[in-house]
Design a protein around this ligand. Structure first.
Ligand code: ZN
Ligand code: FE
Ligand code: FE
Ligand code: ZN
Length: 264
């Protein structure tokens, strides 16, 4: 099985389980490597209620060391963060990048302006939104994130569909400019299996996006976005099938922000 680099810890206040249980799940799933990428601190604090605080970073590093101790050489444990791409956050992300010898940083778009649109708390805001306008804003923001050059992996590419708000017609008009920006950036995207368990009932990204990304030469990792040990490596066989159907033949490994490929 490929590596699973997108996973969380209880420090973000909405994930469960201790490091030993996550590592045991990674071993049971037969993963090549396991990576921890909890929701990064964001300033000004408190920014919201679903991430670690800057003061939690030392405990986060201890959590990762506990995972490494339990793995005891049986599986490489990689250290990352899932950072939020927000207007004006470039200097903060650069500062976070310098805080540790990270193996990779994931960039995610969870916010459009002041709205964390994937938060079920604010579903009412979706009800009063123009879905096509939200999609346009989302994909422009995603392309800017790729162009920032701050991230190794770009998270859940079409998260905007989470609650099944999708504009009518061929979605390639949204995908194509974003795929062009991602390909030019050299970033890796993830095929995130969590979407299969959300109202959209599809992996992030959709097959159509994955095909365009593969044709454009955008490299891929497969991720579970686990918020509990039982979710580590979830649906990876199904994800490998989807990636291969889109044309992918390899996946990526990261160490100290350097990448190499391995056959899928
Ligand atoms: Zn989360
Ligand atoms: Fe996320
Ligand atoms: Fe996540
Ligand atoms: Zn995520």
């Amino acid at each position: 099985m490929p590596a699973d680099y997108h996973s969380h810890t209880p420090l973000c206040r909405h994930a469960l389980g201790d490091p030993e249980a996550y590592v045991d799940a990674a071993l049971a799933a037969g993963l090549t490597e396991y990576g921890i990428s909890d929701h990064a601190p964001q300033v000004p604090e408190p920014f919201d209620d679903w991430r670690m605080l800057e003061a939690d970073l030392p405990e986060y590093f201890r959590w990762i060391e506990r995972a490494r101790g339990h793995a005891a050489g049986r599986i490489p444990i990689r250290a990352g963060l899932e950072c939020d791409w927000l207007a004006g956050s470039e200097a903060w992300i650069a500062a976070l990048a310098a805080r540790h010898a990270w193996d990779y940083l994931i960039g995610s778009v969870h916010y459009l302006g002041d709205w964390d649109f994937d938060n079920p708390k604010w579903l009412g805001r979706w009800a009063e939104s123009d879905v096509a306008a939200v999609w346009t804003h989302y994909w422009q923001t995603y392309a800017r994130m790729a162009e920032s050059g701050l991230f190794d992996i770009l998270g859940h590419p079409d998260l905007v569909k989470k609650f099944a708000h999708v504009p009518p017609g061929d979605l390639a008009r949204y995908y194509e400019p974003a795929v062009d920006a991602i390909a030019a950036s050299g970033c890796v995207i993830e095929l995130n299996t969590a979407g299969w368990h959300k109202p959209c009932a599809e992996a992030y990204p959709a097959a159509g996006f994955l095909e365009l990304a593969c044709s454009a030469g955008v490299p891929l990792v497969i991720s579970s976005d686990a918020h509990a040990p039982g979710e580590v490596g979830r649906d990876f066989a199904r994800a490998i099938g989807l990636a291969k159907a889109a044309g992918y033949r390899e996946t990526q490994l990261f160490e100290k922000r350097r990448r190499r490929s391995e056959p899928l």
